[in-house]
Design a protein around this ligand. Structure first.
Ligand code: ZN
Length: 251
């Protein structure tokens, strides 16, 4: 197994509705929300953790390819098959090394934490009611018998915010080139479901936009070359457009 290429996939996560990716309520002060969002400790702004996005992408694929990857009890898929696309792309449990000493190599997909872009940070500063990038939304639920409303307070990143995402996808074989499509398929599935919590109540509708794809091969690293734009995708900047471009190139 030999390193052939890294792809860098970067772009924007645009929040079309409020987004709640939960943080720890330990840090909750008096008068705080019941459900705070996760903040970067240093910059004190909400982030989309790479692990949250990766987990959602993975579980979306497990559901879509349920025959192959959905477990009976709903726990995350992992296996010891050396040719399992899901485990190769997203990683496998530490105990599940491929059988018979075969190797499937390192986890191909790395996702960085996504930080709010500059425009979003300015918006947050200018808008009233936004504190460290979040608004507090009160929701009521009614006691089913006496109809007494009980409020709860949920922090969320307001609609219209955008985060800069970056992923790296490594290629060690020809098959990995085909596996790249899973990444965009997963993003497309996330767009049609949700990111974070409370998706069934309207939170977390996102779009992945302004995507650019570049590559570096072994030679680029040796010579210090920067990412070379992948010319298959110059006009494709959304997950679906990239999937179409990939399909056209294959046929
Ligand atoms: Zn697997």
């Amino acid at each position: 197994m030999q390193f052939l290429k890294n792809y860098q996939i970067s772009g924007k996560i645009s929040c079309l509705t409020g987004l709640h990716i939960g943080g720890s309520s330990d840090s909750l002060g008096i008068g705080g929300a019941d459900q705070p969002v996760i903040l970067d400790r240093i910059r004190n702004v909400p982030i989309v953790p790479g692990s949250s996005l990766k987990g959602k992408m993975r579980s979306s694929l497990e559901l879509k390819y349920s025959d192959q990857w959905l477990t009976r009890d709903g726990s995350p898929h992992t296996c010891d098959e050396d040719d399992c696309d899901l485990c190769i792309v997203f990683g496998r449990g530490a105990k599940d090394n491929p059988r018979d000493g075969r190797e499937s190599g390192p986890t191909r997909l790395i996702i960085r934490d996504a930080f709010p872009d500059r425009e979003t940070q300015t918006q947050w500063e200018e808008r009233e009611g936004i504190v460290h990038g979040t608004e507090i939304k009160g929701e009521n639920y009614l006691n089913r018998i006496n109809s007494v409303a009980k409020p709860r307070f949920i922090e969320r990143v307001p609609a219209g915010s955008a985060f800069d995402f970056e992923m790296v996808f490594s290629v060690y074989s020809e098959e990995d080139e085909a596996r790249l499509a899973y990444l965009f398929e997963a993003l497309s599935l996330v767009e049609d479901t949700y990111l974070g919590k409370a998706g069934s109540r309207g939170y977390g509708k996102v779009a992945f936009e302004k995507i650019s794809v570049g590559w570096k091969n072994a030679g680029s690293y040796r010579s210090g070359d920067d990412w070379t734009p992948d010319d298959r995708f110059v006009e494709a900047t959304t997950p679906r457009a990239i999937l179409r471009a990939l399909r056209e190139k294959r046929t």
